[in-house]
Design a protein around this ligand. Structure first.
Ligand code: ASP
Length: 351
């Protein structure tokens, strides 16, 4: 029997020109008609329905959209075998990661896709991306995924890498879990995680998150001033810093140390992420990281910046105690990091 796939449209480049008709009208039947006219293959892959949840540039996506999506999926759960979310590429990795954290114990596929060129444009990647995403959504892989340019990424491992190439996404610290080339290929381990149809129960939905965080990127010679530190720490509940390399910050001038020390004194958790796309944060590798680790700064390990920042919001939203912050961060919720013992082994070989 044909699988039932529900497509949620949220916006982005994908529907932009369909848009005058589609998005402006916000009428699902018109959007679906237009989509099926341009991609007539879709009904042979699955029984398709479509809902327009919103039509925004994904720069405007936020916690509200994550909740909207999670609640919609919960409501539609029993009527569909899989879900596709059309989303702008700019913040797709954040929204996909958030859903992977929010929907606990997932038993069906949630596939994010979008495109670099509108579906109406010459050489658009939208057609192939939606075909791939719908096909993937029928397979029952119990994960949130990003399907783009015929590659299948884990939601929590992917980053937007290019605004120019159709190959827009990369998973730097984890291999892709499959691809749709000449053949549809999925890793055996992932295929083994598919569970029988009768057991595809509703996930536990926990939308608690707290966006009252700040993100700072360290630039050589640019120091947070005392007044900046004071006003910042008076207004946030969590901080994520993108340090250099394996998670290092300047220590000769004490500003970053002061910032972290003062934050931690106020029980504001501080996460150290890195400006490197590839490789893990390893605070014990250099003195300029160790000092921060000794203060109590949390390592983002090999998480993407997207995963680390969303995990910080989720940690605050779930009211995880300040003392449990390291444990919470080091424990994968949805494959977002390599467990610490494995990271340690890797670092060992580099010494
Ligand atoms: N600015 C667009 C968005 O993220 C880009 C895209 O969809 O590719 O909504």
């Amino acid at each position: 029997m044909k699988k039932r796939v529900l497509i949620y449209h949220t916006g982005g480049t994908f529907g932009m020109a369909l848009g005058d008709t589609l998005a402006a009208q916000k009428q699902s039947p018109h959007f679906l008609e237009d989509l099926l006219q341009r991609v007539p293959e879709l009904p042979s892959l699955a029984k398709i329905e479509l809902r327009i949840l919103c039509n925004i540039d994904s720069s405007d996506a936020n916690q509200k959209l994550w909740c909207l999506l999670a609640n919609a999926i919960q409501e539609d759960w029993n009527d569909f075998d899989g879900f596709v979310i059309i989303h702008g590429t700019d913040t797709m990795a954040f929204s996909a990661t958030a859903l992977a954290f929010i929907l606990q114990g997932l038993t069906k596929s949630i596939v994010f896709t979008g495109s670099q060129r509108p579906i109406s444009a010459m050489r658009s990647d939208a057609r192939v991306n939606i075909i791939d995403a719908v096909e993937l959504a029928t397979r029952g892989i119990p994960e949130v995924m990003v399907c783009f340019d015929s590659e299948i990424h884990r939601a929590t491992r992917v980053t937007k890498y290019s605004n120019e190439h159709l190959y827009a996404f990369k998973s730097y610290n984890a291999p892709v879990i499959g691809s749709l080339g000449v053949n549809f290929k999925i890793k055996r381990k992932i295929l083994n995680s598919i569970i029988p149809f009768a057991k595809r129960h509703m996930p536990v939905v926990n939308t608690n998150s707290n966006s009252n965080i700040a993100s700072l990127l360290c630039v050589p010679g640019v120091m947070p001033s005392d007044s900046f530190i004071e006003s910042l720490l008076n207004s946030i509940e969590g901080l994520i810093v993108q340090g250099f390399g394996s998670g290092n910050l300047p220590v000769t001038e004490k500003n970053w140390l002061n910032l972290c020390q003062k934050a931690l004194l106020k029980k504001i958790p501080v996460v150290m992420s890195t400006q490197c796309e590839s490789g893990a944060v390893s605070l014990d590798l250099y003195e300029n990281g160790r000092i921060f680790s000794d203060l109590g700064v949390i390592s983002a390990l090999d998480m993407t910046f997207e995963a680390a920042s969303v995990k910080l919001m989720i940690m605050l939203g779930r009211k995880i105690s300040f003392e449990k912050r390291h444990e919470f961060f080091a424990t994968p919720l949805a494959f977002e990091c390599t467990p610490v013992s494995k990271n340690k082994e890797d670092i060992g070989t580099r010494k």
